[in-house]
Design a protein around this ligand. Structure first.
Ligand SMILES: [Zn+2]
Length: 668
């Protein structure tokens, strides 16, 4: 059994009990020929391990529990090599994980499994494929032919030959293509390769992405701060009480005392709220509305505002916008973030009693330019977008945008670093010119006023090279948003050479991405260096870039390759894992996400995109993986792996945008 095909994770803390020295872990094993789910391991300090396997039998869809006990001497050897039980303290859990992984490797070899269980060597988009267009699966084991079978009766609906094998350097896999694009009949299928096995099931149909869009967009509701949240009868038990209701100024803000600053979305796996990351997130979501609104207007998210006459996507985005507006000071500047002094433990949001602080730069003028310009940009978009639904709110946004912009003229590059005593996410950025460019473009697009236009035209050219590729940390690099905004505007008086240069830059970048994605054996746009923190967000962001370029200059190849990146995220990847919680037949299960870790539900909160493989290995779980792993494999479905398995609103927004782009229907 190959070590790289074993996925083991600590269960949610609800599954993890410390009781009289015994530790029970819920784990999962994924391997090429079989799958156990769930597996529980009980390890006692007297060095006896009991492993209970609920053996998942696909055919009968039942669970057969099986008990395996290891001999004391076997366990002792393993424990000795890991330094247990002498080891105490926070590192213990990750070592335990390693231990469990070790034990399960033994176990996997020992247990014989029938051939009916899906193999991870056949990679499909588990959410599915639209009826028209390309349908590609990938096979990472030797084979010649494949069949697509109907799940209901195992009837063969399509037969084909696998392509020649192609090595993929980023994953170390060797891949063959199974092209079943000609299969256009809607239904539920699986793919079978003689000698390899069968794939996870997947549907073919026109609306295959609708449910995932709903869950991914509704996931923002789950991130709401300052209010009770309840995902309702669809997800009973997924609730939290109102949280972070008491706000106050931190000394670094230049003010003191309490501050009513409730609302907004929890940024990621933690409970902080950050203006710069809110900027790219809200901007991306409002752009999804501006580009794909007719497809989205009727979609109900089942949130408290549903039915109020405003489309639900806008209702949800408003929740965060309202908080962003509260972060603006009377002088127009915007404080950088609102968090506790340090990250809270893995508790539910209402149990996080750390004071929620408005944090500034620590010296005059206390607000930061990047945060102020980001608010100016998104509030300028909001002024356009909300105008048909709530004129007063639109007006309020425009006023906020103008004042924030004016502040940045006075303070063009006040940057932010965590002040002493603050250790939450920094979202530091030493250069706020790109944020100002974006703000100027959006303000001009909304108002047509000369001052904003003049600033844009004087500054845009230096940012044209930024169109070539988005960055993993796209909250820091928003110049493409500014340039695209200008080119997408339909305002009279636009500068023709500027529009032509932006269009040209966007098109040549998109064509380059299409070419390299088609050459990539996984058909993902990521290059080796892209496997950094948030690489899944970057895959989604390539999709965003292609869809925006498609809006500037339509080309079916842009949409097809954008969709290829979505297929990668939804299962057509080296792990055969859907990187969206509770989506697809084989989703990841242990996000670094406090509500998922702290609640009593067996599955994580639904619709959340994982950060994905990260070759920089910035946590101890990734550091413990084998040293020679190729970049695409440096990932662990483990709660503690915040560097590869955290959720975050910015890449969540990119997933939503990408899904919105490929939903059926007509865009603007
Ligand atoms: Zn909160």
């Amino acid at each position: 059994m190959r070590g790289d095909s074993v996925g083991v994770g600590l269960g949610n803390s609800a599954d993890r009990r410390m009781n009289g020295g015994a530790i029970i872990l819920e784990c999962r094993v994924k391997a090429s020929a079989f799958k156990f789910s769930p597996v529980s391991v009980s390890l006692s300090r007297s060095c006896r391990a009991t492993i209970l396997i609920a053996n998942f039998s696909r055919k009968r869809d039942t669970h057969r529990p099986e008990l395996v006990t290891f001999r004391r001497s076997e366990i002792k050897v393993m424990l000795h090599s890991l330094g247990w039980p002498q080891l105490q303290g926070p590192g213990r859990e990750s070592l335990l994980q390693l231990f469990v992984s070790f034990v399960l490797s033994f176990l996997a070899v020992a247990v014989a499994i029938g051939g009916e269980t899906p193999t991870n060597d056949i990679k499909v988009d588990q959410v599915g494929y639209p009826r028209s267009g390309a349908k590609i699966a990938l096979v990472s084991a030797p084979g010649q032919t494949f069949e697509v079978k109907r799940s209901s009766d195992d009837a063969t609906m399509f037969r084909g030959k696998l392509s020649l094998a192609a090595p993929d350097a980023n994953s170390g896999d060797t891949l063959r293509v199974a092209d079943f694009s000609h299969l256009q009949q809607a239904g539920k299928y699986y793919l079978e390769v003689p000698g390899v096995g069968r794939s996870w099931p997947f549907p073919v149909g026109d609306g295959v992405f609708s449910r995932t869009f709903y869950l991914a967009m509704r996931a923002f509701y789950g991130q709401r701060c300052g209010t009770a949240v309840d995902l309702g009868p669809e997800f009973p038990g997924y609730t939290h009480a109102a949280c972070h209701l008491q706000g106050s100024f931190h000394a670094s803000s230049g003010k003191e005392g309490p501050r009513e600053n409730t609302g907004g979305w929890h940024d990621a796996g933690d409970y902080g709220r950050y203006i710069v990351n809110s900027g790219i997130t809200v901007g991306t979501l409002l752009w999804a509305w501006e580009l794909f609104g007719p497809k989205l207007a009727h979609i109900k998210l089942n949130i408290p505002e549903t039915g109020n006459g405003t489309p639900d996507l806008l209702n949800e985005v408003r929740w965060n916008l309202e908080w962003m507006l509260k972060m603006q000071d009377d002088d127009g500047g915007v404080w950088h973030k609102q968090t506790s002094e340090h990250f809270p433990g893995f508790v539910m949001p209402e149990e996080d009693r750390l004071p929620s602080l408005v944090i500034g730069t620590g010296s005059a003028p206390y607000k930061s330019t990047c945060a102020s310009a980001d608010l100016a940009a998104v509030a300028a978009i909001a002024a356009r977008v909300y105008e048909p639904y709530d004129k007063d709110f639109a007006k309020k946004n425009l006023q906020a945008a103008r004042e924030a912009w004016t502040w940045t003229e006075r303070y063009p590059n006040v940057t932010f670093k965590n002040p002493p005593g603050i250790s939450t996410g920094e979202y530091g950025d030493m250069e706020c010119g790109d944020e100002r460019l974006w703000a100027a473009a959006e303000l001009w697009r909304t108002t047509g006023e000369h001052a904003y236009h003049r600033y844009f035209l004087a500054n845009y050219a230096q940012y044209l090279p930024d169109l070539r590729a988005p960055h993993a940390e796209s909250w820091r690099e928003v110049a493409p948003m500014g340039l695209w905004a200008y080119a997408l505007a339909t305002r009279q008086g636009a500068d023709a050479p500027a529009c032509a240069a932006i269009r040209q830059g966007a098109l040549s970048a998109a064509r380059e991405i299409v070419d390299r994605t088609r050459r990539n054996p996984y058909r993902v746009s990521l290059v080796a260096t892209d496997y950094a923190w948030g690489s899944n967000g970057l895959a989604a962001n390539y999709g965003v870039q292609l869809l925006v370029t498609n809006a500037l200059s339509p080309d079916p190849a842009f949409v097809e390759v954008a969709q290829d990146n979505l297929h990668y995220l939804l299962g057509r990847n080296t792990f055969s894992l859907s990187w969206v919680t509770q989506v697809g037949a084989n989703p990841y299960r242990h996000p670094h996400h406090r509500p998922s870790g702290a609640d009593k539900n067996p599955e994580p909160w639904p619709g959340l995109l994982s950060g994905g493989p990260n070759a920089a290995r910035q946590d101890s779980v990734l550091q413990a993986l084998p040293p020679q792993l190729p970049p695409a494999k440096i990932y662990s479905d483990t709660q503690d792996s915040y560097a590869s398995n955290e959720v975050c609103i910015n890449w969540q927004a990119m997933l939503v945008f990408l899904l919105a782009g490929v939903l059926p229907g007509t865009a603007h």
